[in-house]
Design a protein around this ligand. Structure first.
Ligand code: DC
Length: 203
């Protein structure tokens, strides 16, 4: 079974998806980490991301490995976040990573998180959630996580949101059969409970 959780940055996808996977006993897939790893590899190699994407080896789990090196922290740097959203707009990069995501999820039970899981990667997913929150709430949460000024996070987030939603290749949007969960007013446990219940009702 696949539980697809898509939505904009800062909606709480990572923590929610991880917790949902834990509760269901499914494997968690962070597709954004793959775009971030390609961005980091391209940055380091000074090479186009299209060239880098098909040849790097990305391993996901407790840690994120790029060609065997632990890059869990490095892929969260502001510079990499910014480049990841540029890299993610390139169709050939997306094609390579979507193939890899489908290959990984061909067997077993998964909670996969990203922007296009329910629309492109796994359009037949049994359970699709579009997780969202107001831009201010999302910026506030990210700023608290990173220990930086919410106003700066909000300004950068607006740019990335536009890039993610406005790109031609797989723009961020909810799948028609996704259940939208608005998390601005909802506590973390309530969000997780709702998605777990939804997934169990679809088994
Ligand atoms: O979720 P994140 O912030 O780690 O994602 C990093 C970037 O990759 C972000 O700009 C959105 C993009 N992304 C994407 O286009 N498709 C996905 N399935 C996951 C992430």
């Amino acid at each position: 079974m696949i539980v697809a959780i898509d939505g904009p940055a800062g909606a709480g996808k990572s923590t929610v998806a991880r917790a949902v996977a834990g509760r269901l006993g499914f494997t968690y897939l962070d597709s954004g980490a793959m775009y971030r790893a390609v961005a980091l590899a391209a940055l380091r190699a000074g090479a186009p991301p299209e060239e880098v994407a098909p040849r790097v080896r990305i391993a996901l789990g407790e840690r994120v490995l790029l060609d065997g090196e632990d890059v869990t922290a490095a892929i969260r740097a502001a510079e990499v976040s910014d480049l990841a959203s540029v890299v993610a707009a390139r169709p050939r990069v997306r094609a390579a990573l979507v193939d890899e995501q489908r290959r990984l999820m061909a067997d077993g039970d998964w909670v996969a998180e990203g922007r296009d899981i329910g629309t492109v990667v796994a359009p037949d997913a049994e359970c699709k959630v579009f997780l969202t929150a107001s831009p201010e709430a999302r910026a506030r949460r990210r700023a608290a996580q990173l220990g930086v000024d919410p106003a700066i996070v909000l300004a950068e987030q607006v740019i990335r949101d536009e890039r993610d939603a406005g790109r031609a290749a797989s723009p961020l949007r909810a799948a028609p059969d996704a259940v939208t969960v608005e998390t601005t007013q909802l506590g973390f446990d309530a969000v997780v409970d709702r998605i777990v219940a939804l997934a169990q009702s679809r088994r």
